[in-house]
Design a protein around this ligand. Structure first.
Ligand SMILES: C[S@@+](CC[C@H](N)C(=O)[O-])C[C@H]1O[C@@H](n2cnc3c(N)ncnc32)[C@H](O)[C@@H]1O
Length: 237
């Protein structure tokens, strides 16, 4: 597929997008989300090139199956998340972080795209968890926090190899010594490369899989629980 490269400021209000609602089924209820209808159109319109000539595609305009898989995992371990400080990177529409908030965690939602954060914020409000949240526009190449987080949530963010090193650095710098990072991805063949790199850099991980059905199609989502190799491993899932 060919994408047109448009270097223009992005729109900044939800109302300028064609909107639709969806309800994501969880074990204990539903999470209601406002998302973009027909995101394929935006993929072409909002593509842009960075200063190094890399094409940036607005993947935040889609709800990805990896976020549903990770949200369900987060719901399962929910009792451990009460009052935890959580950072979500590349949050998109915010589903996973919202489920963490519903479990009583305090979540900082981040994404490099301002409009993704507008959707995440709106979705947090719809699910009555906005009081437990912060929304920060942050590129993982230039993290803007000094504090440490108990958990880092990362759904479908390791699809391109040039993201790996900044995300690894972010884990090194922002994950508490006994902290846990939860990654999910749709069983891509390149993911193993990222997790090999993690293990060569002082982290361990456990992998599990779950089926996720989205738009009538069922696919396998992989969930990775990552911690520092020398951390206490009790209670880590
Ligand atoms: C494939 S989407 C996943 C969105 C969401 N986590 C999900 O699973 O539905 C990747 C997300 O990462 C964000 N992203 C891409 N590059 C980024 C960067 N350098 N820093 C922060 N976020 C980035 C995108 O804007 C997008 O929201």
């Amino acid at each position: 597929m060919l994408f047109s490269v448009i270097i223009e400021p992005m729109k900044s209000s939800l109302d300028t997008y064609p909107l639709t609602s969806t309800a994501i089924a969880m074990d204990t209820g539903q999470v209601r989300l406002t998302i973009i209808e027909e995101p394929d159109w935006f993929l072409e319109q909002l593509s842009r090139e960075d200063s190094e000539g890399r094409l940036h595609l607005p993947y935040w305009t889609y709800l990805w199956e990896a976020s549903i898989g990770l949200a369900r995992h987060v719901e399962k371990i929910g009792t451990r998340l009460k009052d935890a400080q959580i950072l979500e990177i590349g949050c998109g529409f915010g589903l996973t972080g919202i489920v963490a908030c519903l479990a009583g965690a305090k979540v900082v939602f981040t994404d490099s795209e301002k409009d993704a954060l507008l959707f995440a914020q709106n979705n947090a409000q719809q699910n009555a968890v906005a009081n437990l949240t912060n929304f920060v526009q942050m590129d993982w190449n230039a993290p803007c926090f000094r504090c440490k987080f108990n958990y880092i949530l990362a759904s479908d963010v390791i699809y391109e190899e040039h993201h790996w090193e900044p995300i690894l650095d972010l884990l090194r710098n922002l994950l508490a010594s006994n902290g846990i990072a939860l990654f999910s991805e749709p069983n891509r063949s390149n993911a193993i490369g990222f997790f090999k790199r993690l293990t060569h850099n002082g982290f361990s991980y456990k992998k599990s899989t779950c089926p996720v059905t989205l738009d009538g199609k069922t696919s396998k989502v992989c969930i990775y629980t990552v911690h520092r190799a020398n951390a206490e491993t009790a209670n880590m899932t």
